[in-house]
Write a protein that binds this ligand. Structure first.
Ligand code: UD1
Length: 349
């Protein structure tokens, strides 16, 4: 039995992670600050049968107290989403990076050497692309002029040719394109520095688009699956941005929880800093996801609006091969079944 502290344990993903760790026989403690960006209803008293400690990770004394007797920290706490406006910038950096820094400092002081970090595929920016003439290339961010005229596919940075999207692996360069993404890259770098200095083991899980029961309803910080699901529940058609051809990998939250369990074991087996894509391995377009949800919900068909958001990347789809080879993790829920089930799943307030 391992004693594990789950940060952000009252959140959508953290709740499932805590339950999976408990079901595997570990002793779980939960901390969550109940951030208003993620929680619009009061926090429960317990999560997965464990008492919920309400604390902000920026509070050093509280973190020191929570770490007493802990073997592994599973760090899920973060402000997520694309951000509403730049006024959110200090809060993103405060929660995600200062919070992580305090956690790492106190872990070092307490002699705790095992950490699982909830990272994200947003660290990559655009996914992998190949130009027919120039081979693998990194497209520049799309311009407003391109997006305004419906040119959604990024072109080759050298010749402008149409590109073939491919699978991103963990060695791809990091290129954060939003404030949130920048804070996730900083978390990765901070934990890598901590690992080098302390000899600690870090497994960073780069989640792709997580969905499933307990996902927060439509908020400015929600992922697209919850936005579509909330629209359908209100009898409205899902609004698909761009032309609906943008590709993502939708990974079920139960698979993400299983990946965290595998990562906890991995931190006990070897040291150093390692990152893994956590994905279903079955990419889908946003148009397909909207249509699948609408069909399963018996709701109105999606509307493709041509709108766009500047921070959005076009395609980001990963190879799940390394997580399978090293962590023994393989997603069990495919998007076709998972999305159909999600059409009727309970969301949180
Ligand atoms: C999402 C999360 C990000 C997380 C990542 C990996 C948000 C806002 N983004 O990034 O935090 O790290 O998954 O888990 O939580 N779209 C529509 N209609 C809408 C809203 C969005 O068509 O009403 C489109 C967007 O233009 C985009 C795609 O859906 O092309 C995905 O959007 P979203 O889920 O918000 O962001 P990701 O970039 O995939």
């Amino acid at each position: 039995m391992t004693r594990i502290l789950v940060t952000g344990g009252a959140g959508f993903i953290g709740t499932h992670v805590a339950a999976a760790l408990r079901d595997a026989g570990h002793q779980v403690s939960i901390v969550d600050c109940g951030h208003p960006g993620a929680h619009r209803t009061p926090l429960p008293d317990t999560v997965a049968g464990a008492p919920l400690h309400r604390a902000d990770l920026r509070d050093r004394a509280a973190v020191a107290e929570l770490l007493a007797g802990i073997d592994v920290v599973v760090h899920q706490a973060a402000m997520v989403g694309l951000g509403v406006d730049l006024g959110d910038l200090p809060e993103y950096v405060g929660c995600n990076d200062l919070g992580t820094a305090v956690l790492l400092a106190e872990m070092a002081r307490a002699g705790i050497h095992r950490l699982v970090l909830a990272s994200s595929m947003v660290v990559y920016g655009e996914g992998a692309y190949e130009c027919p003439r120039h081979g693998p290339v990194r497209p520049a961010p799309r311009t407003i002029a391109d997006l305004d005229t419906g040119r959604f596919e990024p072109g080759c940075p050298r010749c402008g040719s149409a590109l073939e999207p491919g699978l991103v692996d963990e060695d791809a360069p990091l290129e954060p394109r939003s404030v949130y993404a920048a804070t996730k890259v900083a978390q990765e770098h901070l934990t890598a520095a901590w690992s080098r200095q302390t000899g600690g083991a870090v497994v960073a899980l780069r989640y792709h688009n997580v969905y499933g029961p307990g996902m927060p309803r439509d908020t400015p910080y929600s992922g697209v699956a919850a936005i579509f699901r909330s629209a359908l529940a209100a009898g409205r058609a899902p609004r698909v941005f761009e032309d609906g051809g943008q590709r993502r990998d939708f990974v079920h939250v139960l698979d993400v929880a299983a990946a965290n369990l595998a990562a906890v074991t991995a931190t006990g087996a070897r040291g150093g800093w390692h990152a893994y894509n956590i994905a279903s391995g079955q990419p889908a377009t946003i148009g397909e996801v909207a249509a699948g949800l609408a069909r399963a919900a018996g709701g109105p068909a999606p509307v493709v609006t041509g709108e766009f958001r500047l921070g959005d990347v076009r395609h980001v789809v990963a190879s799940p091969a390394r997580a399978e080879a090293v962590l023994g993790f393989r997603a069990r829920v495919g998007p076709a079944d998972g999305i159909a089930e999600f059409a009727h799943a309970t969301l949180r307030g």
